[in-house]
Write a protein that binds this ligand. Structure first.
Ligand code: COA
Length: 355
């Protein structure tokens, strides 16, 4: 018995030596990677600095009135280079912002691989979808049944949901998402609003508002489903656009799909914003009730704030999207160029190996 055990142990020890050897290569490569990262960062900072200098000189030249065509060409090249540098920056680890530092500490949340970035964003959209379905069901149940623990469970879920969104969105931001500051602030403010709803005592004002709140919540969950369809479509199409082999989809095609998507979504969004305004108005009226606590006027102000912020930001999406087309074209081009460069590099190194 002991003999067979010793034999097994000897076999395991040989395997362990292999493991040690592989681990040594792995740790060496990790160190090497750190060196490369520092090198890329140094060169990137240098490029950015020189690019700034060139941009400033070009501005001066423009004032003095240089050759128009050459200036325009150089401006285009600078814009293109800025996008390329942004792409390179995305492959480097980044420091956490203050919010993530407070919540998570200094743990590294940078995702350096494009596929993993895509997966994280996809997961974020799916998380929102699942939670909006649960939110929709809870809103319906609360409309049918009046049961305090059920109300509180629904509102508590909202506090947790919005709080989680703020963390996930901060991680997305670190990883290069162009999500606008307002949507992140919106989710912070929504966390506060849900927390106030949670501690609002069960008084007459609450009784008068709860039905409207549940209808609003159900409506928002439906709009969130439509947003999910749009965002998911955009995510997959943009991914396909960036892929070198995929020529089925063009920037023009993407833009016409996007405008159709936005045209469908906008009416539902604006109805939602008017619902927020209506909530603010109802709560303002309820704040005159003798039994109304501080929660009522504060929530009225919060709903009004969300109405204004959402309306302005969503309207601003239209001019932004019109300007964005050229940037998108450059972005896709540089993505394709960089993947082509990597593929060429791979084939070159493969043929060198074969030689
Ligand atoms: N929440 C989270 N992320 C958002 C977002 C939102 N409301 N709106 C846009 N983003 C993200 C996009 O996914 C994109 O991310 P990426 O850089 O990682 O790819 C980035 O921000 C830039 O998006 P942008 O090009 O500005 O807009 P879009 O075409 O993706 O979406 C709207 C435009 C109007 C459809 C979208 O902003 C939206 O749905 N807004 C309404 C939200 C709302 O009102 N919610 C409350 C309902 S009452």
């Amino acid at each position: 018995m002991i003999d067979s055990l010793l034999e097994e142990w000897a076999e395991l020890s040989t395997e362990f030596k292999d493991l040690e050897a592989v681990n040594k290569i792995y740790t060496d490569k990790l160190e090497e990677l750190g060196g490369f990262q520092n090198n890329v960062l140094k060169q990137l900072t240098h490029q950015k600095y020189r690019l700034d200098q060139v941009s400033k000189s070009l501005k001066d030249l423009k004032k003095k009135g240089g050759t128009k065509e050459q200036i325009e060409q150089l401006e285009n090249d600078i814009l293109k280079r800025k996008i390329q540098l942004e792409g390179i920056e995305q492959t480097l680890p980044k420091k956490n912002g203050i919010y993530l530092r407070i919540i998570l500490g200094n743990v590294n949340v940078s995702i350096l691989n494009k596929e993993e970035k895509f997966k994280y964003k996809d997961e974020y959209e799916k998380f929102k979808l699942v939670l909006s379905i649960i939110g929709f069901i809870l809103s319906l149940l609360n409309l049918i049944i009046i049961f305090r623990p059920l109300e509180l469970s629904h509102v508590f879920l909202l506090v947790w949901y919005y709080c989680t969104l703020t963390i996930r969105e901060s991680i997305l931001k670190v990883n290069g998402s162009r999500i606008k500051g307002w949507w992140r602030l919106h989710h912070f403010v929504s966390t506060v609003a849900a927390a106030i709803l949670l501690i609002w005592p069960e008084n007459k004002a609450w009784g008068l508002f709860r039905h409207q709140l549940m209808v609003f919540s159900g409506y928002i969950s439906t709009v969130q489903y439509l947003q999910f369809r749009y965002q998911q479509g955009a995510l997959y199409r943009l991914k396909a656009l960036g892929e070198r082999h995929n020529m089925d989809i063009t920037v023009e095609g993407f833009h016409s799909w996007m405008w159709r998507g936005l045209g469908f979504l906008f009416p539902f969004l604006f109805i939602g914003y008017f619902f927020q305004l209506y909530n603010a108005y109802t709560l303002y009226q309820l704040s005159f009730l003798p039994s109304a606590t501080w929660h009522v006027p504060v929530l009225s102000a919060v709903f009004f704030f969300l109405f204004v912020g959402n309306t302005v930001t969503t309207i601003m999406v239209i001019p932004n999207k019109i300007q964005e087309k050229m940037l998108l074209q450059y972005n896709i081009m540089s993505q394709r160029l960089s993947s082509q460069f990597l593929i060429n590099d791979d084939t070159e190194s493969d043929s060198t190996k074969q030689d």
